[in-house]
Design a protein around this ligand. Structure first.
Ligand code: SAM
Ligand code: ZN
Length: 224
Protein backbone atom coordinates (compact mmCIF):
# COMPACT_ATOMS: atom_id res chain seq x y z
CA UNK A 1 0.00 0.00 0.00
CA UNK A 2 1.27 3.43 -0.85
CA UNK A 3 -0.15 6.76 0.28
CA UNK A 4 1.19 9.91 -1.32
CA UNK A 5 -0.25 13.39 -1.62
CA UNK A 6 -3.81 12.30 -0.84
CA UNK A 7 -3.79 9.66 -3.60
CA UNK A 8 -3.60 6.05 -2.67
CA UNK A 9 -3.21 2.68 -4.26
CA UNK A 10 -4.15 -0.52 -2.53
CA UNK A 11 -3.97 -3.75 -4.45
CA UNK A 12 -7.39 -4.67 -5.78
CA UNK A 13 -8.97 -1.32 -4.98
CA UNK A 14 -9.65 1.84 -6.89
CA UNK A 15 -9.51 4.81 -4.60
CA UNK A 16 -12.00 7.50 -5.51
CA UNK A 17 -9.09 9.89 -5.13
CA UNK A 18 -7.57 8.13 -8.12
CA UNK A 19 -10.30 6.69 -10.34
CA UNK A 20 -13.16 4.27 -10.14
CA UNK A 21 -14.23 1.83 -12.84
CA UNK A 22 -17.90 0.85 -12.45
CA UNK A 23 -17.55 -2.12 -14.86
CA UNK A 24 -14.99 -3.65 -12.59
CA UNK A 25 -17.60 -4.17 -9.92
CA UNK A 26 -20.49 -5.05 -12.24
CA UNK A 27 -20.03 -8.75 -11.56
CA UNK A 28 -20.23 -8.19 -7.81
CA UNK A 29 -23.29 -6.02 -8.33
CA UNK A 30 -24.92 -8.85 -10.33
CA UNK A 31 -24.56 -11.04 -7.26
CA UNK A 32 -26.08 -8.33 -5.10
CA UNK A 33 -28.26 -9.54 -2.32
CA UNK A 34 -29.71 -7.88 0.71
CA UNK A 35 -26.20 -7.35 1.97
CA UNK A 36 -25.41 -5.10 -0.95
CA UNK A 37 -28.36 -2.79 -0.54
CA UNK A 38 -27.56 0.66 0.68
CA UNK A 39 -29.68 2.24 3.37
CA UNK A 40 -28.44 4.81 5.88
CA UNK A 41 -29.06 4.43 9.60
CA UNK A 42 -30.53 7.06 11.88
CA UNK A 43 -28.47 9.64 13.74
CA UNK A 44 -29.03 7.86 17.08
CA UNK A 45 -27.29 4.78 15.66
CA UNK A 46 -24.36 6.86 14.41
CA UNK A 47 -24.09 8.68 17.75
CA UNK A 48 -24.01 5.38 19.59
CA UNK A 49 -21.34 3.98 17.27
CA UNK A 50 -19.25 7.15 17.47
CA UNK A 51 -19.13 6.96 21.27
CA UNK A 52 -17.11 3.74 20.99
CA UNK A 53 -14.46 5.35 18.77
CA UNK A 54 -11.44 6.61 20.73
CA UNK A 55 -10.25 10.07 19.70
CA UNK A 56 -7.26 9.69 17.38
CA UNK A 57 -8.17 6.14 16.35
CA UNK A 58 -7.24 4.56 13.03
CA UNK A 59 -10.57 3.39 11.68
CA UNK A 60 -11.76 1.09 8.92
CA UNK A 61 -15.40 1.63 7.89
CA UNK A 62 -16.60 -1.51 6.08
CA UNK A 63 -19.52 -0.90 3.71
CA UNK A 64 -19.43 2.87 4.05
CA UNK A 65 -22.36 3.68 1.75
CA UNK A 66 -22.40 7.36 0.75
CA UNK A 67 -19.76 8.15 3.43
CA UNK A 68 -22.14 10.00 5.72
CA UNK A 69 -20.84 8.17 8.79
CA UNK A 70 -17.25 7.97 7.51
CA UNK A 71 -17.21 11.79 7.47
CA UNK A 72 -18.33 11.85 11.13
CA UNK A 73 -15.64 9.31 11.95
CA UNK A 74 -13.01 11.44 10.22
CA UNK A 75 -13.84 14.36 12.53
CA UNK A 76 -12.90 12.21 15.52
CA UNK A 77 -10.28 9.78 14.25
CA UNK A 78 -6.70 10.27 13.09
CA UNK A 79 -7.38 8.42 9.86
CA UNK A 80 -10.39 6.68 8.36
CA UNK A 81 -10.36 4.16 5.53
CA UNK A 82 -13.82 3.70 4.05
CA UNK A 83 -14.53 0.68 1.84
CA UNK A 84 -17.62 0.70 -0.34
CA UNK A 85 -18.57 -1.74 -3.08
CA UNK A 86 -20.87 0.52 -5.04
CA UNK A 87 -19.04 3.25 -6.93
CA UNK A 88 -22.32 5.05 -7.62
CA UNK A 89 -22.70 5.89 -3.92
CA UNK A 90 -19.33 7.61 -3.70
CA UNK A 91 -18.49 11.20 -4.63
CA UNK A 92 -17.26 11.27 -8.21
CA UNK A 93 -13.61 11.96 -8.89
CA UNK A 94 -11.11 12.90 -10.07
CA UNK A 95 -12.11 16.51 -10.65
CA UNK A 96 -10.97 18.20 -13.86
CA UNK A 97 -7.53 19.77 -13.22
CA UNK A 98 -8.78 23.37 -13.55
CA UNK A 99 -11.72 23.04 -11.13
CA UNK A 100 -11.43 24.68 -7.70
CA UNK A 101 -11.06 22.22 -4.83
CA UNK A 102 -14.36 21.44 -3.08
CA UNK A 103 -15.10 23.37 0.10
CA UNK A 104 -15.93 21.61 3.38
CA UNK A 105 -19.64 22.42 2.90
CA UNK A 106 -19.69 20.83 -0.60
CA UNK A 107 -21.09 17.33 -1.08
CA UNK A 108 -17.95 16.18 -2.87
CA UNK A 109 -15.57 17.44 -0.18
CA UNK A 110 -13.53 14.72 1.48
CA UNK A 111 -11.57 15.53 4.63
CA UNK A 112 -7.86 14.88 4.09
CA UNK A 113 -7.81 12.04 6.64
CA UNK A 114 -10.60 10.11 4.87
CA UNK A 115 -9.29 7.59 2.35
CA UNK A 116 -12.01 6.02 0.24
CA UNK A 117 -11.55 2.62 -1.33
CA UNK A 118 -14.07 1.44 -3.88
CA UNK A 119 -14.01 -2.35 -3.81
CA UNK A 120 -15.19 -5.54 -2.19
CA UNK A 121 -14.33 -5.75 1.51
CA UNK A 122 -14.40 -9.54 1.29
CA UNK A 123 -11.38 -9.66 -0.99
CA UNK A 124 -9.68 -6.30 -0.53
CA UNK A 125 -6.65 -6.47 1.81
CA UNK A 126 -7.38 -4.41 4.92
CA UNK A 127 -4.90 -1.59 5.54
CA UNK A 128 -2.33 -2.25 8.29
CA UNK A 129 -2.39 -0.21 11.49
CA UNK A 130 -6.17 -0.15 11.96
CA UNK A 131 -7.20 -0.30 15.64
CA UNK A 132 -10.96 0.24 15.25
CA UNK A 133 -13.37 -1.18 12.67
CA UNK A 134 -16.94 -0.15 11.97
CA UNK A 135 -19.40 -2.54 10.34
CA UNK A 136 -22.83 -0.96 10.19
CA UNK A 137 -24.54 -3.55 8.03
CA UNK A 138 -27.52 -5.28 9.59
CA UNK A 139 -27.82 -7.80 6.76
CA UNK A 140 -24.16 -8.74 6.77
CA UNK A 141 -23.58 -12.33 5.65
CA UNK A 142 -19.79 -12.27 6.03
CA UNK A 143 -19.30 -11.30 9.64
CA UNK A 144 -16.86 -14.09 10.43
CA UNK A 145 -14.72 -13.34 7.36
CA UNK A 146 -14.46 -9.66 8.31
CA UNK A 147 -13.65 -10.54 11.90
CA UNK A 148 -10.88 -12.91 10.83
CA UNK A 149 -9.40 -10.30 8.51
CA UNK A 150 -9.52 -7.68 11.28
CA UNK A 151 -7.92 -10.00 13.82
CA UNK A 152 -5.16 -10.82 11.31
CA UNK A 153 -4.15 -7.13 11.14
CA UNK A 154 -4.31 -6.72 14.94
CA UNK A 155 -7.47 -4.59 15.04
CA UNK A 156 -8.65 -4.26 18.65
CA UNK A 157 -12.33 -3.34 18.44
CA UNK A 158 -15.24 -3.89 16.11
CA UNK A 159 -18.25 -1.57 16.35
CA UNK A 160 -21.20 -3.22 14.68
CA UNK A 161 -24.90 -3.92 14.40
CA UNK A 162 -24.30 -7.04 12.29
CA UNK A 163 -24.66 -9.66 15.02
CA UNK A 164 -27.79 -8.54 16.86
CA UNK A 165 -29.15 -6.67 13.83
CA UNK A 166 -30.33 -3.91 16.12
CA UNK A 167 -28.57 -1.43 18.39
CA UNK A 168 -24.78 -1.14 18.24
CA UNK A 169 -22.18 -3.17 20.14
CA UNK A 170 -18.43 -2.81 20.50
CA UNK A 171 -16.62 -6.16 20.37
CA UNK A 172 -13.23 -6.49 22.05
CA UNK A 173 -11.34 -8.43 19.38
CA UNK A 174 -8.36 -9.01 21.66
CA UNK A 175 -10.42 -11.06 24.11
CA UNK A 176 -10.54 -14.79 23.41
CA UNK A 177 -14.17 -16.01 23.41
CA UNK A 178 -15.04 -19.06 25.53
CA UNK A 179 -15.99 -22.31 23.79
CA UNK A 180 -19.77 -22.57 23.41
CA UNK A 181 -19.59 -26.07 24.97
CA UNK A 182 -18.42 -24.48 28.27
CA UNK A 183 -21.44 -22.19 28.51
CA UNK A 184 -24.00 -23.68 30.90
CA UNK A 185 -26.84 -21.42 29.87
CA UNK A 186 -27.53 -17.84 28.86
CA UNK A 187 -27.25 -15.37 25.99
CA UNK A 188 -24.34 -15.77 23.63
CA UNK A 189 -22.81 -13.99 20.66
CA UNK A 190 -20.41 -16.08 18.62
CA UNK A 191 -17.32 -15.07 16.71
CA UNK A 192 -19.05 -16.44 13.59
CA UNK A 193 -21.76 -13.77 13.95
CA UNK A 194 -24.53 -16.00 15.32
CA UNK A 195 -26.42 -15.02 18.46
CA UNK A 196 -28.84 -16.90 20.66
CA UNK A 197 -29.75 -18.24 24.06
CA UNK A 198 -28.34 -21.54 25.27
CA UNK A 199 -31.07 -23.26 27.27
CA UNK A 200 -30.34 -24.82 30.64
CA UNK A 201 -31.95 -25.47 34.00
CA UNK A 202 -34.35 -22.54 34.65
CA UNK A 203 -33.35 -22.40 38.33
CA UNK A 204 -29.80 -21.48 37.27
CA UNK A 205 -31.00 -18.32 35.53
CA UNK A 206 -30.73 -15.20 37.68
CA UNK A 207 -31.08 -11.51 36.85
CA UNK A 208 -27.36 -11.02 36.25
CA UNK A 209 -27.15 -13.98 33.88
CA UNK A 210 -30.26 -12.85 32.02
CA UNK A 211 -28.54 -9.50 31.35
CA UNK A 212 -25.17 -10.96 30.31
CA UNK A 213 -24.06 -11.77 26.78
CA UNK A 214 -21.27 -14.35 26.63
CA UNK A 215 -18.71 -14.10 23.87
CA UNK A 216 -18.32 -17.63 22.50
CA UNK A 217 -16.73 -19.58 19.68
CA UNK A 218 -17.71 -22.87 18.01
CA UNK A 219 -21.47 -22.43 18.52
CA UNK A 220 -23.94 -24.84 16.87
CA UNK A 221 -24.17 -22.55 13.81
CA UNK A 222 -20.40 -22.71 13.33
CA UNK A 223 -20.69 -26.45 12.86
CA UNK A 224 -23.37 -26.26 10.13
C1 SAM B 1 -26.89 -0.83 5.09
S1 SAM B 1 -25.68 0.06 4.13
C2 SAM B 1 -24.89 1.01 5.41
C3 SAM B 1 -23.99 2.08 4.90
C4 SAM B 1 -23.16 2.80 5.94
N1 SAM B 1 -22.42 1.85 6.78
C5 SAM B 1 -24.02 3.71 6.79
O1 SAM B 1 -24.26 3.35 7.95
O2 SAM B 1 -24.47 4.75 6.31
C6 SAM B 1 -24.49 -1.23 3.77
C7 SAM B 1 -23.45 -0.82 2.73
O3 SAM B 1 -22.47 -1.85 2.66
C8 SAM B 1 -22.04 -1.98 1.32
N2 SAM B 1 -21.44 -3.32 1.17
C9 SAM B 1 -22.07 -4.52 1.29
N3 SAM B 1 -21.21 -5.52 1.04
C10 SAM B 1 -20.00 -4.95 0.79
C11 SAM B 1 -18.73 -5.46 0.47
N4 SAM B 1 -18.52 -6.78 0.37
N5 SAM B 1 -17.71 -4.60 0.28
C12 SAM B 1 -17.91 -3.24 0.39
N6 SAM B 1 -19.11 -2.69 0.67
C13 SAM B 1 -20.15 -3.54 0.87
C14 SAM B 1 -23.32 -1.79 0.52
O4 SAM B 1 -23.03 -1.43 -0.83
C15 SAM B 1 -23.99 -0.67 1.30
O5 SAM B 1 -23.63 0.58 0.82
ZN1 ZN C 1 -20.66 -19.69 15.84
Amino acid sequence: MDVAGGAMRLEGADSVRVACCPQRFAKAADDASWEHLWAPYDEATYERALRYVPAGAAVLDIGAGDLRFARQLAARARIVYAIELQAALLPSSPLPPCSPPPLPQDETYLPPNLIVLCGDARTLPFPAGIDTAVLLMRHCAHFSLYREKLEAIGCRRLITNARWRMGVECIDLARRPQPYSELALGWYACRCGATGFRPGPPEALDERLADTVHEVERCPECQT
